[in-house]
Design a protein around this ligand. Sequence first.
Ligand code: ATP
Ligand code: MG
Length: 363
Amino acid sequence: MANPSILILAGDGIGPEVMAEVKKIIGWFGTKRGVTFDVTEDLVGGCAYDAHGTPLTDATMAKAQEVDAVLLGAVGGPKYDVLDFSVKPERGLLRLRKEMDLFSNLRPAQCFDALADFSSLKKDVVAGLDIVIVRELTSGVYFGEPRGIFTEGNERVGINTQRYTESEIARVARSAFELARRRNNKVCSMEKANVMESGILWRQVVQEVHDKEYADVELTHMYADAGAMQLCRWPKQFDVIVTDNLFGDLLSDMAAMLTGSLGMLPSASLGLPMENGRPKALYEPVHGSAPDIAGQGKANPIACVLSFAMALRYSFDMGDEAARVEKAVEKVLADGVRTADLMGPEGGVPVSTSQMGDAIIAA
Ligand code: ATP
Ligand code: MG
């Protein structure tokens, strides 16, 4: 069988810095675990614009469609703020998401014990927290038509349309149920079926897909506002949460911050299965290009490293190897190794991006 293939798009700002640590780990898997990946690298974002006049070339796009997984760093930076909208670095990422049809966005919120004090919540509320929010990413109110700012009588009116088809709901529901089967067989679906027709349909379709195909998974429904409250009050009651684009945007940011620093948060965006059964997939840290610290060796690589762990689990069926990476991260944190973003008010000496990567490999 061919080696699993990865396309690395490190991008701009701290993207290449944090990705360098992932490349070390990929190398370690080859020499120490006999797990070899076919890795190619290419440009996305501002660096692609500098080289080719576009944030994503057709050739790179075609490569992304072929590989088993894309690993992305971050795109953008102040240098590119003046560019026309059509060639902005972020457009490169949007094109990838759209053409790969990555409709299911997985955002884990996991709290490492060593960082539980970082949360704004009480330690016992977040210690041991391990949940995943599945956000629908390609439809809903961010895309529905009609949209625009119109004139009605003698005033302006801003319009967006929340629109979901049955098949759009069903496919993201399946993605959440599949995830639940790999975890603890428990899904909570969130919408506003009390006030929105799209919410009524959402609840019906999620329930139907469940009853027909995933009756073994425990399914509950919750209104998204009540869900937000419960996420703050006692997040450990959840395991997998599935929700639409808008609510998922808000709920996943909120859940993420239960756990501490932006430098810790991975994500996966999945599409439909390819011929080999693997879902089209793009893995990236939640954080951006962080121009304020770029080029200084200060960035925390853990979000990018944990994104690679997600790739091992969801694209390559290597759950044990993924756990190996996650345990190593847990160990270095327990040992007190900290990049600057993880330093509390008590201070201390932070390690560099590359020292953090080395510590993870040693662990
Ligand atoms: P974008 O628009 O690309 O999402 P942003 O400005 O919203 O960018 P980030 O680029 O993620 O957000 O930066 C937000 C803040 O978090 C910055 O102060 C940045 O230095 C910090 N930050 C982000 N990622 C990391 C990281 N991996 N390690 C340390 N600090 C980080
Ligand atoms: Mg941002």
